[in-house]
Design a protein around this ligand. Sequence first.
Ligand SMILES: Nc1ncnc2c1ncn2[C@@H]1O[C@H](COP(=O)(O)OP(=O)(O)OP(=O)(O)O)[C@@H](O)[C@H]1O
Ligand SMILES: [Mg+2]
Length: 372
Amino acid sequence: MAGVKLINVWKQFGEFTAVREMNLEIKDGEFMILLGPSGCGKTTTLRMISGLEEPTKGQIYIGDKLVADPEKGVFVPPKDRDIAMVFQSYALYPHMTVYDNIAFPLKLRKVPKQEIDQRVREVAEMLGLTELLKRKPRELSGGQRQRVALGRAIVRKPQVFLMDEPLSNLDAKLRVKMRAELKRLQRQLGVTTIYVTHDQVEAMTMGDRIAVINAGQLQQVGTPEEVYDRPANTFVAGFIGSPPMNFMDATVTEDGFVDFGEFKLKLLPDQVEVLRDANLIGREVIFGIRPEDLYDAMFAQVKVPGENMVRAMVDIIENLGSEKIVHLRVGDVTFLGSFRSESKVQEGQEIDVVFDMRKAHVFEKGSGKAVF
Ligand SMILES: Nc1ncnc2c1ncn2[C@@H]1O[C@H](COP(=O)(O)OP(=O)(O)OP(=O)(O)O)[C@@H](O)[C@H]1O
Ligand SMILES: [Mg+2]
């Protein structure tokens, strides 16, 4: 097994830069997620690691082995990189049984028949496919086919798995199930895995760490908790979490409030200190708070009018059963609250809303960089 390292990797398609200055280290055995919106360079990064694409600049290591470095003229072809890739649109061989589909990569490598049989059965057992080995792909459900595609990748025991949105063509329920299965499987096998998705829920639930990418550029690398609780900038803060974080234009006042014009909220003393150190007192900033850190005052522990509480108009309520997404407005300042289902708020009503200021974030205006 092996880790993967990208050092200052760039990929240019003509004038267009798909990946810029990518520095990323994936540890041996780690489940790393590449997360970002469509077109941000996730697949391109994965293809460079696999050897399907050559970087324009930079170095890629798999374990201790340098596999790509255009400056040194190093380029190891995919077949010599000992990786297995699962694509979004995997293709099974329709005329072959499940058994033969899984066995195929081993047959290609001329592995002895007896060993093939043993490994295919092992993998089938692991993936719950034992009863289906004699079937053809058309006789399987979507999830079962997906598992066969995975089986074909893992039967080789590669050093690294690369997975490009492998669950994206499954229905919602099956995705949830496969998410858990894939994660369990990865733990069991302990193989370094780089998994591409644009789905933040998939990223949060599956990854040991998440690399958030935007416009070809790495924004932050961290555990799901880190990127959620301490986003490095407004992009990460807005991309992870659903409904997304509220961003509100504010001015930091001399006496330690964030002033939105229509109302003010009191910052905690240590937050004021950080803002003072960053020279942001009296300056315009972006205030951020997640909808789940807003409360219907009826259910809030600490409520101090004028400090962490404001009277707001309820515009629209989206009832999700387990929670209510409440669209709130104070004058022309709008924000979302995610309230517990017991909340009795009604559309068109005025209610007291409590902000959990311990969970507040402040970002620099312009750069969007997080201050806290
Ligand atoms: N062979 C190519 N030639 C020119 N441009 C390309 C090529 N491959 C990718 N691109 C561009 O590079 C950018 C990144 O593409 P990439 O496929 O890596 O995105 P992605 O993050 O995987 O997106 P998605 O989530 O939609 O799959 C896109 O703007 C794409 O149009
Ligand atoms: Mg892609």
